[in-house]
Design a protein. Structure first.
Lengths: 225, 270
């Protein structure tokens, strides 16, 4: 039933698909974290027009399907602007921008639980708001946000399946290509599913360990209050 | 050279006043709900010389803490002036971060940086604000921690310390920069009674060294011992000032008299 796994060509497709999925997820989550942090700061400290722009951004990227965003970015936008951009770059970008829409919320939530007293403490020793953000608020917020971030990672990894529909050979793309050749629907999707499962479980476990190691001592007590 | 380390002139701070709304619609008086306005600081002036120890006390909710936070410009007064030496901090365009670097502040609820150890808490401003090199910052942080006698928990995080230890680290964080003055906002009132002693001992040491301090506190025996001047604060303003002997014997105002009686009764009962 699973003898297709011995075929070196299929093996190559699956490995290539996994690599693309991994790359694009990690990249997307990281862009999302950076941009999400900036959006969160903008939303907390910005003036009304900036807040409104950020809210609009979040609603667009959270409210529409990733597949539609990807399709527009890869086919429509370059055509309208009449420019040629590498599809890979566009796909990376869409995943980053999309993830930022979600991660802004996680970061804002984490920052708001600590902002009040820690900002005062930072300013009381002569640090500026920016310095306090950098040395006090963000280091704490990042540690608090790790579990939400792990969730975002899991969800984004599975969203990469949409890549197959705009012509990339991600894991689902690899599965489809194998299917076309061998017609073994169930075994192929079981294998693809297991690869996702293994990668996500492994990565989440690593993140759990990092969370426990980096956790601010006593933060549970604080978050309850 | 200014005569005073710090000075407040006719400072006002009000909460719940919807200024913007009123300015936009001056005719809509009902925008402001009178009950929601809290006049925490009403025309408060104070002068502090080098080496002074002044103690502000009064009923809770009277605005003492707000006034202290205005002194540190952690809250911006609505009206009035705050001077740090010669520099007027309430003028627009003043670098408040620089000014705050010269003021130590100790919070009622301690507010240590939760992700840093005791040592990290004290070091951070030395590195980031005074821009000291690593070794120098460490040396000064350790000296400050030694001064408040918490060298045994320099590697502990805030949640791993007792309240008394944490507050002493808070004091170390405030004094490590050698500020011109230290403002302390009820430094013992959030602590278990058996832990207040160690913090008071630390403050007593600072007093002995001639540290300039403005303290909001109800630790009366301590006040009697170290304060140069006591300030009775009620309903957003200074009601009466004088040496501890005045308050412990015969305050001039009824309000101060009543308050002293209540607080002394409470202390002796304990």
């Amino acid at each position: 039933m699973f003898e297709f796994l011995l075929n070196p060509v299929y093996q190559g497709w699956l490995i290539q698909g996994l690599l693309l999925t991994v790359e694009i997820t990690l990249f997307g989550v990281l862009i999302g974290l950076g941009l999400g942090t900036l959006l969160a700061i903008g939303d907390i400290y910005g003036k009304k027009p900036l807040k409104a722009a950020i809210a609009l951004y979040v609603e667009i990227f959270r409210g529409s399907p990733l597949f539609v965003q990807l399709f527009l970015a890869v086919y429509t936008v370059p055509a309208i602007l009449n420019i040629q951009i590498d599809h890979g770059v566009l796909a990376f970008l869409v995943f980053g921008l999309n993830s930022a829409g979600y991660q802004k919320g996680y970061m804002k939530g984490a920052m708001e639980t600590i902002l009040d007293d820690q900002m005062q403490a930072g300013q009381s020793v002569g640090m500026s708001k920016v310095q306090t953000l950098r040395h006090v608020i963000l280091p704490q917020a990042y540690r608090i946000v790790i579990p939400s971030w792990t969730n975002e990672f899991c969800s984004l990894t599975k969203s990469t399946a949409t890549l197959a529909f705009v012509g990339f050979l991600d894991l689902v793309g690899a599965g489809r290509s194998i299917l076309i050749n061998n017609m073994q629907i169930l075994p192929v999707w079981i294998v693809v599913g297991l690869i996702y499962l293994a990668w996500i479980t492994g990565f989440s476990k690593i993140m759990d360990i990092i969370y426990e190691k980096k956790k601010i001592p006593g933060i549970e007590l604080f978050m309850q209050s | 050279m200014a005569d005073f380390v710090m000075e407040a002139k006719h400072v006002y701070k009000t909460y719940g006043y919807k200024k913007t709304k009123l300015e936009k619609n001056p005719n809509q008086q009902n925008c402001v709900n009178a009950a929601s306005i809290v006049e925490a600081v009403k025309d408060v002036s104070i002068k502090i010389k080098k080496g002074d120890i002044k103690l502000i006390f009064g009923p809770s909710g009277s605005g003492k803490s707000t006034f202290l936070r205005c002194m540190a410009m952690l809250e911006i007064p609505d009206k009035g002036e705050i001077y740090l030496g010669d520099e007027c901090l309430t003028k627009p365009g003043v670098d408040l971060n620089k000014a705050r670097a010269r003021i130590g502040f100790v919070f009622q609820h301690i507010y240590l940086f939760r992700h840093l150890t005791a040592l990290g808490n004290v070091e951070l401003a030395l590195r980031q604000v005074l821009k000291l090199p690593k070794e120098e910052a460490r040396k000064r942080a350790l000296a400050a921690l030694a001064e408040v006698k918490v060298l045994d928990c320099i590697n502990k995080y805030p949640s791993q310390m007792s309240g008394g230890q944490a507050q002493r680290v808070g004091i170390a964080r405030a004094i490590a920069r050698n500020p011109d003055i230290i403002l302390l906002d009820e430094p013992t009132s959030a602590l278990d009674p058996e832990l207040t002693g160690e913090v008071i001992d630390t403050l007593r040491d600072l007093a002995r060294e001639g540290t300039t301090m403005l303290i909001v506190s109800h630790e009366m025996p301590f006040a009697r011992e170290v304060a140069d001047e006591m300030i009775f604060y009620d309903e957003g303003t200074i009601v009466e000032t004088g040496p501890p002997s005045l308050f412990f014997n015969a305050p001039n105002t009824d309000r101060a008299k009543k308050f002293m009686t209540r607080i002394i009764n409470r202390t002796t009962k304990e």
